[in-house]
Design a protein. Structure first.
Lengths: 101, 333
């Protein structure tokens, strides 16, 4: 069975789970899914292998929506390669990011 | 004096539309206002120069306005744009276009006020139409000059002043052509209104899309480069092999500095693109952190250490285009 390129779903405790590669071809679907949720506070990136600039946009737009509602997005279990992208872009200063074990 | 605002309101609205369409907020409003003021100052200088040169001119005023004054007025606008482009204060057709239109708007404001004061006997409709056409023309020629010049500088970031020539000649041609049509102000205004704003808006939007594409592609490629360097496999990559070909021409410590520069520039380039992404998303930018400030300083020191010859040798790897250099200004460099 082939591993999906990208998957986004809601976990048992309401957290958003992303896996695979969030690149330009997947960002519209990802943003659409996140927009259907009232306020996606927790996004678990433990299974996310790769994030491109389009994916960063998705996270930023979600953060903007949450901030307008008085809350913030928290990214958890971020893998090292994905964390590096957030760090290089300076987004670790505006997003709540915790790295995976 | 109500004629002046009536003539200028459409131009100010067009300028406001350009500024509003600037998704990446490349030109802050205070900069726009400063450029309008600079354009107004340029108009004052052009008045002095035109008075002097007209006194030396053998022909009549119509001939002077068609053959001589466009060169003087466009040269003054070009001087302002030259400063902005050469110092990388603008680096894309988007911000260059806004800067050009702002300068032209300021220029037109003073010119229109002068004509209103000196020819107050003309019918109000003629005054308004003429003023409106002049404002669009001045804004449009400066925008055309700016967009052409910055596009040429994008391809040859270290090119000379000759890169301004095509845009300058285009601006003079449009200006002179408008002055030829001024015997019929309505025709002149219509001609300029139909052509220039459409072209400017089309180029503007195309450039915004291109900027987004460049942002996406370059950010991803820089991240991949950084991953290669950090993983220790860089020297086996195409870029790494290219760097190794410089071994015979540069000292070992220079090559080490080059690798550090490549890595540092990659990190700062991604950081700059982060700024663009934040602006595009409408989120506030945090103030520049100390780590980034230190990296910018280190970048400068590495560039000095490597020297001009070394930087030229590294051109295939980095800093090859105007955007590569311009983007670091987003970090306050």
């Amino acid at each position: 069975m082939n591993k999906p390129i990208f998957e986004i779903r809601q976990g048992p405790e309401g957290e958003v789970l992303m896996s695979g590669r969030l690149d330009a071809t997947q960002c519209d679907a990802a943003l659409q899914f996140l927009n259907t949720l009232a306020l996606p506070r927790l996004i678990d990136l433990a299974q996310l292998e790769y994030i491109a600039s389009a994916g960063l946009r998705v996270i930023l737009l979600t953060q903007k929506r949450c901030k307008a509602a008085g809350t913030c997005v928290k990214l958890i279990n971020v893998t090292a390669p994905v964390y590096d992208v957030f760090h290089y872009a300076g987004f670790d200063q505006i997003l709540d990011i915790s790295r995976g074990g | 004096m109500i004629r002046a605002p009536i003539a200028l309101v459409p131009v100010l609205l067009f300028l406001a539309a350009l500024v509003h369409s600037d998704s990446y907020k490349l030109v802050p409003m205070r900069t726009v206002l400063g450029l309008v003021a600079a354009g107004a100052l340029g108009a004052g200088v052009s008045y002095v120069l035109n008075v002097y040169f007209y006194a030396q001119f053998a022909g009549n005023f119509a001939a002077y306005s068609r053959l001589i004054s466009p060169w003087i007025e466009e040269a003054l606008k070009a001087a302002l744009l030259l400063y902005l482009i050469r110092t990388r204060r603008v680096g894309l057709p988007v911000d260059a276009g806004i800067a050009g239109f702002a300068i032209g708007t300021g220029f037109a404001l003073i010119e229109n006020l002068y004509y209103l004061a000196s020819r107050s006997d003309n019918a109000i409709a003629i005054q308004v139409i003429r003023g409106f056409g002049t404002a669009i023309m001045h804004g449009g020629t400066a925008t055309v000059l700016a967009m052409i010049s910055v596009t040429l500088y994008e391809r040859r970031p270290n090119g000379g002043l000759y890169l301004f020539l095509p845009g300058f000649l285009a601006a003079v041609a449009i200006h002179s052509g408008f002055n030829y049509l001024l015997v019929k102000p309505v025709v002149a205004a219509l001609a300029i209104l139909l052509v220039l704003p459409t072209i400017i808006y089309a180029v503007f939007h195309h450039t915004e899309r291109s900027l987004r594409d460049w942002l996406d592609e370059d950010l991803d490629s820089k991240v991949q480069l950084l991953e290669l360097i950090n993983s220790g496999t860089f020297l086996n990559s195409n870029a790494g092999r290219m760097l190794q070909t410089l071994r015979g021409r540069f000292r070992g410590e220079d090559l080490a500095d080059m690798l550090c520069l490549l890595r540092l520039h990659g990190e700062l380039a991604v950081r700059a693109k982060g700024v663009l992404l934040l602006r595009e998303s409408g989120l506030d930018e945090p103030p520049l952190d100390q780590e980034t400030r230190d990296k910018l300083e280190e970048l400068g020191q590495l560039e000095r250490s490597i020297g001009r010859t070394g930087m030229l040798a590294m051109r295939p790897l980095m800093m090859a285009t105007g955007k590569d250099i311009w983007q670091l200004r987003l970090l306050g460099r």
